[in-house]
Write a protein that binds this ligand. Structure first.
Ligand code: RNT
Ligand code: ZN
Length: 405
């Protein structure tokens, strides 16, 4: 089957061997939070900040040991180069009575040890500014209460140190992504002041010296959250301008825009101005519902924008979804494999030929060729990839076994 597929693709000017080689080297940062419904280890056992996990499927990982073993199991069934995307709320405190503003590399050393043991490429990191008593009236870095802002500024600075530590340990760049939930349910009286306070807080965080070749800091915008429908402090315009002026990176979460806006179209817009663009790949169904990522059209378009713009080294791919209504290991694996499939699909496309058709304004041929791709023997190349990665195609059987255990 693979030999046949190889010939078919060669006939349209695509080298499947090159595609397979490229795919296995594209790192995908897999989020730890699918395993435990975004709860974390450090206290608050309910989620806040306008995000929500729905479903009551049994088997939520509780504590470091369970989450570690679930990650080891799920990651073993994922092909390709993997990184672990960690939130600060997953600190391993071992009885150390420290709050988030005092977290240090030592609280994450057990994660480093584990990630090295299972052969990961590195760890990416996220300060956690939700599900905590210092979130006052739903606000963190934009709070009118200086004490609140100070606490979260300190937390973010602590996270820069921890990110630097991860980068040093693995010898790869660590992405540190800042997302805050700050917003209002109903019509505000002042939309500017919270944004000015957020700007000042970010300035204070970024005034700390850090090695930009080791740590990439990103800011993640959003349009609304549950219970925060009317106003979001960290809006798209706010963060894009902040990032452009302050030399940080924008993180695009494809659940964070209006449903008719596409992140696939935003990636090349940002690539025109930035060296680095970060992604949270998710699937919103009617809202930012964080459904499991599937191999569908918008995901394919996102992958095409990464591949055909020679942006594999510029776009940092991370996953961000959480489904508690199905087996969590299966959710993890399905989404990660979907991302890999979309990248492979993009790598198996003769972009030069299609671009030429666009430049010649031959949209008739472009449409025909794009349709032809859809029935190419893609599955045979995917199966070959799994074989070469030593990964069984079937993961449901293993997942069911784990479930029984
Ligand atoms: C929330 C953001 C944020 C979180 C994670 C847990 O809407 O997408 O990235 O999902 O940090
Ligand atoms: Zn996100």
């Amino acid at each position: 089957m693979y030999e046949y597929a190889k010939k078919e693709y060669a006939a349209i000017g695509v080298d499947t061997e090159r595609a397979l080689d490229a795919l296995k080297n594209i790192p995908v940062s897999v989020h730890c939070w699918q395993g435990d419904d975004v709860i974390g280890f450090d206290g608050s056992d309910s989620l806040s900040g306008g995000i929500q996990t729905t479903g009551n499927y049994p088997g939520r990982a509780v504590g470091f040991e369970q989450l570690k073993s679930d990650i080891a199991q799920a990651f073993a069934l994922m092909p390709g180069k993997k990184r672990l995307n960690l939130h600060a709320s997953y600190a391993v405190l071992n009885g150390d009575d420290k709050d988030r503003d005092e977290y240090a590399p030592e609280h994450f050393a057990p994660w480093t040890k584990f990630a090295k043991k299972i052969g990961l490429d590195g760890i990416d990191f996220n300060p956690t500014l939700y599900a905590h008593k210092m979130v006052k009236d739903g606000l963190t870095l934009s709070s009118p209460d200086e004490r609140v802002r100070k606490f979260w500024i300190k937390h973010c600075i602590a996270c820069i140190k921890i990110s630097e530590y991860f980068a040093k340990e693995f010898g790869t760049r660590t992405l540190m992504n800042i997302w805050i939930p700050d917003g209002f349910k109903d019509i505000p009286a002042d939309r500017l002041s919270p944004r000015l306070r957020l700007k000042d807080s970010l300035d204070q965080i970024l005034s700390v010296k850090y090695d930009k070749s080791k740590v990439v800091i990103a800011v993640e915008s959003k349009v609304f959250g549950i219970g925060l429908e009317s106003y979001t402090v960290g809006s798209n315009e706010f963060y894009q301008n902040y990032a452009a002026r302050n030399g940080v990176c924008c993180l695009l979460d494809n659940g964070h825009y209006h449903p008719t806006e596409y992140v696939s179209d935003k990636i090349p817009s940002l690539l025109a101005f930035y060296d680095t663009v970060a992604l949270h790949v998710t699937r919103g169904v009617r809202w930012d519902s964080d459904h499991v990522v599937l191999f569908e059209d918008e995901l394919k378009e996102i992958a095409k924008e990464i591949v055909r713009n020679d942006a594999i080294d510029k776009v940092i791919i991370g996953l961000d979804y959480f489904d508690a209504s199905i087996n969590r290991l299966s959710a993890w694996i399905t989404g990660q494999r979907a991302m890999q499939k979309a990248l492979l699909y993009a790598l198996l496309t003769n972009h030069d030929e299609l671009k030429k058709l666009q430049d010649a304004h031959d949209f008739t041929a472009l449409m025909v060729k794009q349709e032809e791709y859809k029935t190419m023997p893609f599955g045979a190349v995917w199966d070959e990839y799994l074989k070469r990665e030593n990964i069984e195609k079937d993961y449901l059987t293993v997942v069911r076994q784990c479930e029984r255990k």
